[in-house]
Design a protein around this ligand. Structure first.
Ligand code: FES
Length: 77
């Protein structure tokens, strides 16, 4: 789950390159916090749509995971 600005998005924690979990040690974002980083081989994904913009799976995308804000809290499946 990523909250950026006023938007919230959720993604399955699996890289489309090799299916590995995205993070090691719970770090999911780049240092600038503007992209999702896969620790496996360095793929970078846009926060807003999960599309890979650099790395070995460029052009593919993370699988969405349903999340929403309800009554001030975050709900997920
Ligand atoms: S497993 Fe994510 S870039 Fe290779």
């Amino acid at each position: 789950m990523v909250r950026a600005g006023g938007t919230l998005s959720g993604w399955v924690d699996s890289c489309p390159h090799a299916g590995w979990p995205l993070a090691m040690a719970d770090r999911y974002l780049t240092r600038e916090k503007d992209l999702i980083l896969c620790a496996g081989h360095g793929a970078l994904f846009r926060l807003e749509d999960g599309v890979c913009v650099a790395g070995p799976c460029a052009g593919r995308a993370l699988e969405p995971w349903p999340v929403r804000i309800r009554d001030g809290g975050v709900e997920t499946a």
